[in-house]
Design a protein around this ligand. Structure first.
Ligand code: SF4
Ligand code: SF4
Length: 147
């Protein structure tokens, strides 16, 4: 049985839905980086840039690849992963709550505003409140609004 409590972040996100927790993505990025280095694709890109100027930007691509790799969350929110100095996490702990779902102010809370613009935070918090932290996961909303 999946331990949904473990994957439920203080703010009401479900950690495994986050792009920074997407193991498949980071495995592919690491594999791609290793392969590109192994076959010295930078030299090949230099050669190809003589006939296709887009390859002049190859170093930019490598830079972006590195930045993407840095997005990986190595731990769950409740284990200190995600944002290092998360004001939401600090606030929840100060109030001795398990998560924002226990807070009467979650609808008006400004700390959650940024997340509300991207994720179904209010819906999730209502579901956790109604069904409990172990039984809400199958009722969670779209993680990213654009999906
Ligand atoms: S660190 Fe903060 S923003 Fe990230 S999942 Fe945890 S509570 Fe939410
Ligand atoms: S005020 Fe309430 S809803 Fe806002 S971050 Fe703190 S615990 Fe969460």
């Amino acid at each position: 049985m999946i331990n949904h409590e473990k994957y439920t972040a203080y703010c009401g996100l479900y950690c495994l839905d986050c792009i920074p927790s997407n193991k498949k993505l980071f495995n592919i990025l690491n594999e791609l980086e290793n392969l590109l280095e192994e076959i010295k694709f930078d030299k090949y890109a230099e050669l190809k840039s003589k006939t296709n100027e887009k390859f002049n930007d190859y170093s930019k691509f490598v830079e972006v690849l590195n930045e993407m790799k840095k997005l990986e969350c190595v731990a769950l929110c409740t284990e200190g992963g995600c944002k290092k100095n998360c004001k939401i996490r600090e606030c929840v702990k100060e109030k001795n709550f398990q998560g924002c779902w226990e807070c009467k102010e979650f609808k008006e809370c400004e700390l959650l505003d940024y997340l509300k613009g991207i994720h179904s935070i209010e819906h999730n918090l209502e579901m956790i409140r109604k069904y409990g932290v172990n039984n809400w996961a199958d009722k969670r909303g779209k993680h990213y609004n654009w999906l």
